[in-house]
Design a protein. Structure first.
Length: 159
């Protein structure tokens, strides 16, 4: 099963996604101890400890998905378009933390997460043209982003 795995590409793909998460966490960490704790949150807000393992898992799945598309060959236009859209959504993913935690703006973060959701959706559609597995690996991500958008919306409205 793993005999044809290009370990360099796999690790590079996963680490790239984890790096996006690390960039976002720089802005998150600075606001968790004070600003975020003081916000009014909806009843369905998960405990803080849930977010780290969820995001580590999602970034790993995203990286594996990217690896599968990369392995199919970037000389194909479908793969190039998919990787481009993937890169856009990854940038939007990090930007959300900058807006929500860095700028302390649930409103701007909510507007941005709509674009993030759309970019993830388009990535899934494009990746499906290349590999169903690559697209399926992104389904937990879009489900989580959908939940995060709802949570973001309520935090904006309540504050």
């Amino acid at each position: 099963m793993f005999k044809n795995v290009n370990l360099f590409k796999l690790l590079a793909s996963v680490l790239l996604c984890q790096l996006a998460g690390a960039i976002g966490s720089l802005f998150t960490a600075s606001s968790l101890a004070n600003w975020y704790l003081l916000l009014e949150k909806p009843f369905f807000n998960p405990p803080s400890w849930v977010f780290f393992p969820v995001w580590i898992s999602l970034y790993t799945l995203m990286g594996i998905s990217l690896y599968i598309v990369w392995e199919k060959g970037l000389q194909e236009s479908e793969a190039k378009i998919g990787v481009l859209i993937f890169g856009i959504q990854l940038g939007l993913n990090s930007l959300w933390s900058v807006l929500f935690f860095g700028l302390k703006s649930p409103y701007y973060a909510f507007v941005e997460i709509i674009f993030l959701w759309l970019a993830v959706f388009l990535t899934i559609i494009q990746f499906r043209k290349i590999s169903k597995t690559a697209s399926y690996l992104l389904l937990p991500y879009i489900i989580w982003i959908s939940f995060a958008a709802l949570l973001n919306y309520y935090i904006w409205i309540l504050n």
